[in-house]
Structure formats: C-alpha cells, structure tokens
Design a protein around this ligand. Structure first.
Ligand code: PHE
Length: 345
C-alpha cells in the first residue's frame, strides 16, 4: 500500500491530481488506509500490537510521501527555485534608449563646426519684431512678415499667450517695444543677438527649432531645425564662406568621396550678395541652404562699422541633411514618435 501511494503521489503533476491521490489513500471516510484500519478489528488479539505497529509505520510513510509531493509541486509553481543558480548564463539585455536622429545630427554638426572654431550658442524660440525682421533688414512692407507665413502670438482674453491670431477671444501679443511677438521663423535671429552682445570678431553657430505655418507633407513640417553660422572679422570674403561650407560638408558627408559646393545667386534681405548653397553628393546636386555676405545694414543695426568689419552667414535645414543621410523619405516620420522607426538610427 505504501509503495502504491508513493508512486501515485509522484505521478501527480499538479495540486488537483495530488488531491485526488490523497483522497484515494488518506481519505478519512473511504481512503485505502482507512479500510485497512477498519480491518484491524478482525485481527487476533495476540497479533494486534504487531499489526498496530505495522499500520502506524505504513501510515507515516504514506503521509511523508504526500508531504514530499506537496513540496515538490509548490516549488515547481514558484518558478523552479529548486534549480541551482547558474552564474555562467548570459544576462538578459535591457533595452536602452538613444538620442533622436535629429539630435544626433545636431550634435555632430556642432562637433564639426567646433573643430572649425565656431562656438555653439542658443537663442529664444519666441522672438520679437526687431530680431526676427527689423535688424535683419526686413522692412515693414516685406512679404516675409505676412501673418500667413509666421506664427504670431496672440493673447487670450484671460491674459495667457496662445498661438494664432484673429479669433474672437484673442488679440495680438506685443513685446515691450509694442511690436508683435512670434515664434522665430529662422535662426538668423541669433546672429543679431550675438552681435549685439559681443565685439567682433565673431564665430558662432546656432542650432535650433524654427516655425512656419506650412501644411505638413513629406517635405514640410510647421516646426523644423536650422543650423546658422556667422563669422565676422576683418576682410572676410566669399571665398572664406565657400571654404568653411566645403569643409563642413566634407566632414559631414565625405567619408568616402569628395563633396563639392556650388553657389547659385539668390536674394536674402540680410545678406548681399546672397547665394543658395548646393552640394554634390552621391552623384547629384542637392540644395542645403542659403548664405551670403552680411549686409552692411545688418552690421549697422547692431552697432558694427561696415567699413571696419565684414562677414558671412549661412543657414541650412537640419532635417533635409539628416533625411538625405539616412534615406528618410517623409519628414513626418521624424515626429511621429514611433519607436519602431526611431530605433533604426
Ligand atoms: N535665414 C535664411 C532662411 O531661413 C537662411 C540664411 C541664413 C540665408 C543666413 C543667408 C544667410 O531661409
């Protein structure tokens, strides 16, 4: 009986099966041990002590077999704690995040321009009329000031600042100079802020967000990033501008091949002459931004003497450069915050 019980308990694969086996052998009413106990009455008086001892021994061994199986199942349930700890098993790697591809691009650009002697500076994203337009030689009548091309700030009737203008409950937000405030539409604003605060020579880059009310599509987004460069010194020429841009692009794109830079004549109010900058990379020309020699009106606006100093400035779209580098086709993918997309970079 004891060995029957032992093998029935050993065979139980879960607590329910073990309970069935327990009732079969140790059940208080119809258990097989109970049946033997009931048979004790028929044993001869002389044999009774020996039979009683034997019964007790069997009972004990069945009970301890039951306890052993109970323990076995309990351990199994708590995740195999009976298994030895193996220090040679490799750990499970945990998922690490990383920088956004645009942040990576920005860091790399800063690093390259740093090697060329340009210090990175930042400016505010909410700008006033003076820094976004006036000091950059953009007159009041200029179409660049069009409300349809800029995010002018409004003030809700309750006093808090909100984007947009013209709805019944907002009025235009004004700076201390009484002129409108807006989200900067270009990082050229930072040129003015730096020149106002420093004496020449100046050698800075500024990287950051700019805002334009474009409808989002594969190549447009109402917020994007620019890198702006400014160099002011004595006798700076366009040849210096082209050299710096070529060195920058060679360092950024040119691990395997030479990168060429091409200028096309253009117009910006704050540079004269002005150019569009194209680079030749992977067999095609692509436009990467605008540049030019800082307009004397801009130098005068910040208190510099155009007879004394000259300089160049350039502005490039960070997204466009990053997208070309990684083969990203849709700018919206960068801002959808989908880890399946972002984890690729
Ligand atoms: N600010 C210009 C733009 O956003 C780019 C630019 C910067 C052009 C500096 C010339 C000099 O398009």
């Amino acid at each position: 009986l004891a060995s029957d019980a032992q093998s029935a308990f050993d065979a139980a694969a879960d607590p329910d099966a073990l309970e069935v086996a327990r009732v079969e052998f140790l059940g208080a009413k119809a258990g097989r041990l109970k049946a033997v106990q009931k048979g004790m009455g028929k044993v001869d008086k002389a044999d009774k002590p020996a039979a009683g001892q034997k019964l007790n021994a069997v009972k004990q061994s069945i009970e301890s077999a039951f306890e052993a199986s109970t323990k076995r199942l309990a351990c199994g349930e708590s995740g195999g704690a009976t298994e030895a700890f193996d220090p040679t098993v490799p750990g499970r790697p945990f998922r690490l995040g990383h920088l956004h591809p645009i942040t990576q691009t920005i860091e790399r650009m800063k690093e390259i321009m740093g090697r060329l002697g340009f210090t990175a500076v930042e400016g505010p994203e909410i700008e006033d009329d003076w820094h976004n337009f006036e000091a950059l030689n953009i007159p009041l009548s200029h179409p660049a000031r069009d409300p349809l091309d800029n995010f002018y700030l409004g003030v809700a009737e309750n006093g808090s600042e909100v984007g947009g203008q013209g709805s019944g409950t907002t009025r235009a937000a004004h700076g201390p100079d009484g002129k409108p405030l807006l989200l900067r539409s270009q990082t050229s604003t930072v040129q003015i802020r730096v020149m106002e605060d420093t004496e020449p020579p100046v050698r800075i880059v500024s990287l950051g967000r700019v805002y334009r009310p474009d409808t989002a599509d594969a190549t447009h987004y109402p917020m994007f990033h620019q890198i702006e460069g400014l160099l002011i010194d004595k006798q700076v020429t366009m040849a210096d501008l082209k050299s710096v841009l070529r060195m920058f692009c060679q360092a950024y794109y040119g691990e395997q091949e030479d990168v060429h830079v091409r200028f096309r004549t253009s117009f910006f109010p704050f540079t004269e002459p002005s150019v569009e900058v194209d680079i030749n990379w992977q067999g095609g020309w692509m436009e990467i931004g605008g540049a030019g020699m800082v307009d004397p009106n801009v130098l005068r606006a910040v208190g510099y003497d155009p007879e004394e100093v000259s300089g160049f400035a350039f502005g490039m779209g960070v997204e466009r450069i990053a997208m070309r580098q990684h083969g990203i086709r849709d700018i919206r993918d960068l801002y959808a915050n989908d880890v399946r997309f972002l984890s690729q970079f």
